[in-house]
Write a protein that binds this ligand. Sequence first.
Ligand code: AMP
Ligand code: MG
Length: 346
Amino acid sequence: MRTTQRITIEQIQTAADLLIAGKLVAFPTETVYGLGADALNPHAVKRIFEAKGRPSDNPLIAHIASHEQLRQLAIEVSPLAKLLIERFWPGPLTLVMDKDPDLPDDLTAGLDTVAVRMPEDPIALDLIRRVGRPIVAPSANRSGRPSATTWESVLIDLDGRIDGVLCGPPTRIGLESTVVDTTTDEPVILRHGAITQEMIQRVWPSGRSSSTHLGLGPIPGSNGPAASEVQVDFARRSPGTRHRHYQPKARVVLFDSIDQLGELPLAVGILAIASKSDLHAIESDLSGKYPGAKLCVCSSFDDYAGRLFEFFRECDLENVPTIYCQRVELSGLGRAIMDRLDRAAG
Ligand code: AMP
Ligand code: MG
């Protein structure tokens, strides 16, 4: 058991020094808190897997603060990757590219590709610049658990297992980055996030998703491979998706509309969505019907994404046995929300 140092933003150089020395430090990004380590130090990279209890076949994302750092990681940046970089970096978009063969094997879980992102969060960028090397930063939670969107949540999972946490503000987006494979002729979305499929298709109209949420395949009207082929290909391309993910201790049950909820036990969690104009009416309706419930009624997809994991964690702290979560429409950020909800519900 090591002591995990609480580091204030004013002490950011301490966090950088620890990372340079091969230590593990969690830090805020715009998506969720990341567990940082020097991406080019094989020993530090190995320790990330141990601290998180992360399966060794789940590769990490390298975070960079400059375009020069990309050259230390990727052997080739395809025209597709260049376009996405121009349009969306810095930001919550991770690109999978052909890797430099000298990279530590653990970083890429033995794949011949590497996942890279340039975050836009000023604290994350400042930290990576001070370290002067790419930083791997998987979500700063024990493997399988909901991601941490506050430094306090990082400590609930990792206190005593990592060397430091940079105590910044809660994260802005609350869900992990979009992951896009750019090693083929068209972008394939391996994980949905705040850079949405619609945003990518505006830049590259034939872009498609491999997620279960789009009928597993090409977008309507395109001539892509059959669904089953895409599914097999997807598991190979995105190993992380094979594992248990985002799960609170509570059982997660999904529902479509509040009218379907019916009778519930007293102590449950309810995560729902309403339009801004209906918000107060729905809140008072739910608290009248379910007086013992822990409620979280969100007013938009952004709000839902931002509060989802923290609500799971609050329910766990109060030992709520079941959390009922309202499904959202599969458009825009809704795809990322539904991906996390489906996996949380197992
Ligand atoms: P996390 O860092 O916990 O947010 O997870 C990183 C995600 O990126 C996982 O879903 C990984 O499977 C995915 N990923 C990382 N590297 C690669 C890669 N080279 N090819 C495909 N997916 C990757
Ligand atoms: Mg994760």
